[in-house]
Design a protein around this ligand. Structure first.
Ligand code: ATP
Ligand code: GLN
Length: 146
């Protein structure tokens, strides 16, 4: 399937060092999405089972029998990924590439500025806390790949 991008906006408002990419997606697409993100060095991801209502309305997924809802809300998965500003577009592109079927109910992506990141184990903040060992930044640095 071709990827449809209306336009790319490299200058987000408000400006921030980090952003949260929040994607509401079809549950049965999650394994594919997370595998692709991991492959591109995105290692910090949080997922939650949620239920939602959009254009798809109460129509349950045809592709998976396990997705059953007794009311108008359809089972979805919320994926939250905090990344540095320079990684946002690549993450969005990958999610679209892996999650899209072209049918109503493919989901939506929301982008939020993130003020700070704090690693509980070390107390690190900012870039130090957001970076992950073997993460995308490490992968793209030629001097760190041994
Ligand atoms: P440590 O090195 O102390 O293990 P870490 O950065 O690897 O720190 P974890 O403590 O493993 O972080 O993270 C706990 C949880 O926080 C993860 O299971 C994940 O749900 C969430 N998480 C971590 N980083 C991110 C991120 N960048 N985006 C979204 N969720 C994240
Ligand atoms: N930006 C981090 C890094 O390059 C990765 C963030 C993430 O995995 N969510 O290490």
């Amino acid at each position: 399937l071709p990827i449809i991008r209306a336009h790319v906006s490299p200058d987000y408002v408000p400006d921030s060092k980090f952003y949260k990419v929040e994607a509401i997606l079809r549950p049965w697409r999650i394994p594919q999405v997370s595998a692709a993100l991991l492959k591109m060095g995105i290692r910090g991801v949080t997922v939650s089972d949620v239920r939602g209502f959009g254009a798809q309305g109460g129509m349950t997924e045809r592709q998976a029998g396990s997705e059953f809802s007794e009311d108008k809300f359809v089972a979805k998965v919320k994926m939250e990924i905090v990344v540095s500003k320079s990684q946002v577009e690549a993450v969005i592109d990958k999610i679209i590439e892996e999650a899209r079927t072209g049918e109503i109910g493919d989901g939506k992506i929301f982008l939020f500025p993130v003020s700070d990141v704090i690693r509980v184990r070390t107390g690190e903040r900012g870039e130090l806390a957001e970076r992950m060992m073997g993460g995308r930044t490490d992968m793209s640095s030629p001097w760190s790949s041994t």
